[in-house]
Design a binder for this molecule. Structure first.
Ligand SMILES: *Cc1c(COP(=O)(O)O)cnc(C)c1O
Length: 357
């Protein structure tokens, strides 16, 4: 790897660390952060690691008004041998640049950003928790900083990476969730920004989430924005179904976010010779499969939970209970394999792990 010039300013007062056996999600942050600036004509410049601190922006900064911003989410894990491992971080950097292109944000050097990320983790390595199921959540993000109220792409940007130790997603083992099929709101449309990790998609999804939550469902199943017929995602996860022995996931259509967990699950299933297809799949087809008794499993995939089995789908007044509301065999196998590779307890035949020195 190239030797990048990343300046480091260490903090003079280290924070007290939270108890690693009582971590919640996204509330504690480490001692340092990575920062890099973009100025038109100059490009990305001044990559540096500085003490974690608030940022000051002009109230007219474009990000506040028009949402020109993108983000990523990945994790670092501490192994039993005290190694620190990342899972396919190159894929996150690639996707961040793909999101950039969609939002008219200038692309950055992925190798430099990865070097910055590794250096940051290495400086804050004592924050990578060592309790089973815990990890260090990594949030890279980029936002438009130019003070300007015209609707236009900014001439200046900032790239930050912050780190947050997080607790086990499943406190009592992997657990199926109840999902409501969303019939009113949509998350994204083809041609829109659904395949970019950009703030507006998530702001726009809150309403459906609030309504589902009040009705006792943990997430919604999103249908396509045009016909409200084809399945897209579940909450902010990709979704898989097992019907009659075959695993099916919606084909990437421009409005679905291309998950790295999704991609890894497909590669794992192929490796095991379990049939998996990417195609359009309608909610009617899911309902028919349920009635015929061949809807065997359903699960969401994403960095936060890795695998989130779906125990019940609520659709047009019907409760579709899947696999007796229990975690299915494929869901469990994929979960155990992926988390095993991520945390270093299993072999890594695909070379997905990246060690932080
Ligand atoms: C991030 C995200 C996913 C999952 O992506 P992973 O790379 O697997 O974490 C799926 N859907 C949406 C909408 C997302 O934002």
């Amino acid at each position: 790897m190239k030797d990048f010039d990343i300046k480091v300013e260490l903090t003079k007062d280290k924070k007290e660390k939270p108890a690693f056996d009582q971590l919640s999600f996204g509330t504690n942050f480490t001692d340092h952060m990575f920062v890099m600036d973009y100025t038109k004509g100059q490009g990305w410049h001044d990559p540096r690691i500085i003490p974690y601190q608030p940022i000051t922006l002009d109230p007219a900064a474009i990000v506040f008004h028009y949402g020109q911003t993108v983000f990523e989410g990945l994790k670092a894990y501490r192994t039993k041998d005290e190694e620190i491992l990342l899972f396919r971080p190159d894929q996150n950097m690639k996707r961040l640049n793909r999101s950039n292109e969609r939002l008219c944000i200038p692309v950055f050097d992925e190798e430099l950003a990865l070097a910055g990320l590794k250096k940051l983790i290495s400086i804050d390595k004592d924050w990578v928790p060592n309790v089973e199921g815990t990890s260090l959540y990594i949030r890279p993000f980029i936002f438009a900083t130019e003070p300007y109220l015209g609707v236009a792409a900014s001439d200046t940007y900032r790239f930050l990476i912050i780190l947050s130790p997080v607790g086990a997603y499943y406190k009592e083992g992997i657990n199926p969730v109840k999902i409501a099929v969303e019939q009113e709101y949509v998350r994204a449309v083809t041609g829109g920004t659904g395949n970019a990790k950009t703030a507006g998609n998530y702001a726009g999804s809150l309403k459906a989430q609030v309504v589902a939550d009040a009705a006792g469902y943990s997430q919604v199943l999103w249908l396509d924005g045009k016909e409200k017929k084809y399945i897209e995602e579940v909450g902010s996860m990709n979704v898989f179904f097992k019907i009659n022995g075959e695993v099916i996931t919606p084909v990437l259509n421009g409005s679905i976010l291309e998950g790295i967990t999704r991609k890894s699950v497909i590669e794992l299933l192929n490796h095991w010779d379990i049939p998996v297809v990417e195609r359009k799949i309608s909610i009617d087809e899911i309902f028919r499969a349920y009635q015929e008794g061949v809807l065997e499993e359903a699960f969401g995939t994403g960095t936060a939970a890795v695998i989130s089995p779906i125990g019940e789908l609520f659709w047009q007044g019907e409760k579709l209970v899947i696999n007796n509301g229990e975690t299915g065999a494929i869901s469990k196998k994929v979960y155990d394999s992926l988390t095993g590779i991520q945390t270093g307890t299993k072999e890594d035949p695909f070379g997905w792990r990246v060690k932080v020195e």
